[in-house]
Design a protein around this ligand. Structure first.
Ligand code: FE2
Ligand code: FE2
Length: 353
């Protein structure tokens, strides 16, 4: 881990001062350059705004009473495009200082009265620089964390893609199936206003739901005709095999309910655990609808894709038995009234058959 230090001697902090009295600017220049700051002095407040817009400065010292615009106006303009600049306001006389409310509103970090001695100002500058340096360190840590998170996220998505391709390669007949199931499930999920976390789990869970087919013999998976009872029970192992494969990595733990229970039925007659009703994990109930819909609307070696009207009837008939009676009507509504969204998914991930 990198060591973060605020004693960065190589970095010269950039300070800009604005005062329409050039005498003050000259004195500040001598004084601050002597203190090893990179100093820019400007006597025109409008020019100062432009300089800040086009160049990076760490800290600004500005006079309050100036022409053609006062210091608070200068800050107001700057704050429209720069919220980070550390600003110290110099006031000519206590009575002329802007109200505290303005100072807070404009995020002015400090102010002091002008005087021939710069002791107080230097103290303010030093504490300002310390705070800027802390902010910079936090920003840097934040960036690196973000970077690390992105790398992790990419690695996660890459491993998902690799595993998924393994399933697709094994069962070319169902290629595209997991993509469509993932998208259909998300379509239903967004209708149900799921949280972003659940949507992500649903998306990846859909991609992965049949990963357990890796463990089912090709002779059964690729068999063109109808399956025998024994062969069918082999196929029925795939949710448990899938859950077993994924349980080896904690990053996949959220996906397990979908993978393991996407073939449960609401009436408890599904597999592998014969869970019923709301005992079936919610995201698995959603995925089951997406999965069945895709199975019905895909061509099989022994039948053509089923017609939409027939599929709608089946969902109506099986609501409460195979499907969750609260979720099935939502999917039926999508089939009836938003079929364009389903069609877009079908076109994006066409079946290979
Ligand atoms: Fe499955
Ligand atoms: Fe499936």
């Amino acid at each position: 881990m990198r060591k973060y230090s605020e004693n960065n001697t190589e970095k010269k902090y950039k300070i800009i001062a604005v005062d329409d009295e050039s005498g003050i600017i000259d004195s500040l220049s001598v004084f601050l350059k002597h203190s090893n700051y990179d100093f820019t002095g400007v006597t025109d407040p409008l020019e100062a705004i432009e300089k800040v817009r086009n160049e990076h400065f760490d800290l600004m010292i500005l006079d309050f009473i100036m022409t053609p615009i006062h210091g608070d106006k200068v800050v107001e303009e700057i704050r429209k495009f720069n919220k980070e600049l550390y600003i110290l306001l110099l006031t000519g006389h206590k009575d002329l200082a802007p109200p505290l409310e303005t100072i807070k509103r404009l995020d002015i970090q400090g102010y002091c009265e002008k005087s021939d001695k710069f002791d107080q100002l230097l103290l303010l500058i030093e504490s300002g620089i310390k705070s800027i340096s802390q902010v910079n360190i936090i920003k840097q840590i934040n960036e690196e964390l973000k970077d690390t998170y992105e790398k992790l996220e990419n690695a996660y998505m890459e491993s998902i893609e690799t595993l998924r391709r393994t399933v697709d390669a094994k069962d070319s007949y169902t290629r595209g199936h997991s993509d469509r199931v993932s998208e259909y499930a998300c379509l239903l999920g967004s209708e149900l206003h799921l949280s972003p976390e659940d949507m992500r789990t649903l998306k990846i869970g859909g991609l992965f739901h049949d990963i357990g087919k890796i463990g089912v013999p090709d002779s059964i998976l690729l068999k063109p005709g109808k399956l025998t009872d024994d062969e069918y029970s082999e196929i029925k192992n795939h949710p448990s095999i899938g859950a077993h494969i994924l349980s080896t990595a904690t990053i996949f733990k959220d996906l397990l309910p979908i993978v393991k229970h996407h073939h449960e039925r609401y009436d408890g007659k599904g597999y592998p655990s014969q869970l019923a009703g709301e005992d079936i994990p919610y995201l698995a109930r959603i995925t089951a609808i997406a999965d069945t819909f895709d199975a019905m609307t895909s061509k099989r070696p022994y039948r053509n894709a089923l017609e939409l009207d027939f599929v709608i009837n089946e969902f109506e008939r099986c609501s409460g038995t195979q499907f969750d009676p609260k979720l099935a009507p939502v999917w039926i509504d999508i089939m009836k009234n938003h079929f364009d969204k389903i069609k877009a998914i079908m076109d994006k991930f066409p079946s290979n058959s």
